[in-house]
Ligand binder design. Structure first.
Ligand SMILES: [Zn+2]
Length: 263
C-alpha cells in the first residue's frame, strides 16, 4: 500500500474550493466526527454538510452479552437513556461544527434482534443471545461478516440512500477499518452512489487495524492525509461525553491526521 499523499485529491479540493454539498454517512452516533471532524470543520464555512447517522437506536432488554458489556463500558445501566443522551450529544457536536445532524433510526448491531419462531419466544427471553442477530462482539460483530439476516436491512438502506443522491455533490463513507458489521454495511452504500465518493479511515479503530486490502484493490483507492484543523478536533471528540472514556481509556485523545481514500 502506498503512503498517504498530502496533495489534496480532486474531489476534496473541489469541495473545499467550491462549497460542495456534503453528505457524511456515519454508522454510529460519533463515527463521522471522530473520523472526519477536522475536515468537516474546514469545509463547514463554505459547504452545506449533513452528518447522517444510520444506527441510532437501541432496543429494550433483555440484552445479549455484547450489549451488556457495552452498557457497562459506558457506565450506563439503561440502553434507552444512553441512546437518548448519545443522540443529543451528536446534535450538539454537529451543530457546533455548523453542520446538520440527521438520525436514520436503525437499530445498532449490539441490540439488533432476529425473528424467532413463536415457540422459541420464551427461550429467547431466558437466553437473550438466541434472540439477537449478533450475540457477541468478538465472535459476531467484529468478525466482519454481515449476517444474512441483515440482507433486507441492507437492501432497504441502499434504496433510502440512493434516493438522496440529488442532495449532495460529495458522499463521505467509512472504509470499515476494524470490520464492525455496521461500518461495513455503511461502507458498501458508497459503492452504489452515482456521484463522487470519498471513503474515510474509521478513527480510532484505524490506530490498531489495517484497511481491507481487497476492498482497496477492488475499488482502486489511494490514501490521502488531512492534518489541518487538528487543534480544534479534540473538543469535538470530547463532546461525545458518553463515549469518550470507553474509546480512550487512557484519557488521552490521540492527535492523528485523518485519512481519506479516493479512486
Ligand atoms: Zn461505530
Amino acid at each position: 500500500m502506498s503512503a498517504p499523499t498530502t496533495t489534496v485529491p480532486a474531489p476534496l479540493r473541489d469541495a473545499l474550493d467550491a462549497g460542495a454539498r456534503c453528505l457524511v454517512l456515519s454508522p454510529h452516533l460519533d463515527d463521522g466526527v471522530l473520523s472526519c471532524g477536522a475536515l468537516l470543520a474546514e469545509l463547514a464555512p463554505r459547504s452545506e454538510i449533513t452528518v447522517l447517522t444510520l444506527f441510532t437506536e437501541a432496543t429494550d432488554g433483555p440484552h445479549g452479552r455484547a450489549a451488556r458489556s457495552f452498557l457497562r463500558q459506558c457506565a450506563h445501566p439503561d440502553a434507552a437513556t444512553l441512546f437518548r443522551a448519545r443522540r443529543a450529544e451528536d446534535h450538539a457536536v454537529v451543530a457546533s461544527l455548523g453542520a446538520r445532524a440527521e438520525h436514520l433510526g436503525l437499530t445498532d448491531a449490539l441490540f439488533r434482534r432476529r425473528e424467532l419462531p413463536a415457540a422459541l419466544d420464551r427461550v429467547g427471553a431466558l437466553v437473550p443471545e438466541l434472540a439477537h442477530r449478533y450475540p457477541t462482539f468478538r465472535f459476531d460483530i467484529a468478525r466482519g461478516r454481515v449476517s444474512r439476516g441483515d440482507r433486507r436491512l441492507r437492501a432497504e438502506l441502499a434504496t433510502r440512500i440512493a434516493a438522496r443522491a440529488g442532495e449532495a455533490d460529495l458522499l463521505l463513507c467509512p472504509l470499515g477499518v476494524g470490520r464492525h458489521v455496521d461500518h461495513l454495511v455503511t461502507r458498501d452504500l458508497g459503492l452504489a452512489w452515482p456521484g463522487t465518493v470519498v471513503w474515510f479511515s474509521d478513527f480510532p479503530y484505524a490506530l490498531d487495524h489495517a484497511p481491507d486490502p481487497a476492498f482497496l484493490r477492488r475499488e482502486g483507492l489511494r490514501p490521502w492525509s488531512f492534518d489541518d484543523g487538528l487543534d480544534a478536533k479534540e473538543a469535538l471528540v470530547r463532546g461525545y461525553a458518553t463515549q469518550v472514556d470507553a474509546l480512550f481509556p487512557s484519557g488521552v485523545v490521540p492527535r492523528c491526521a485523518e485519512t481519506y481514500w479516493t479512486r
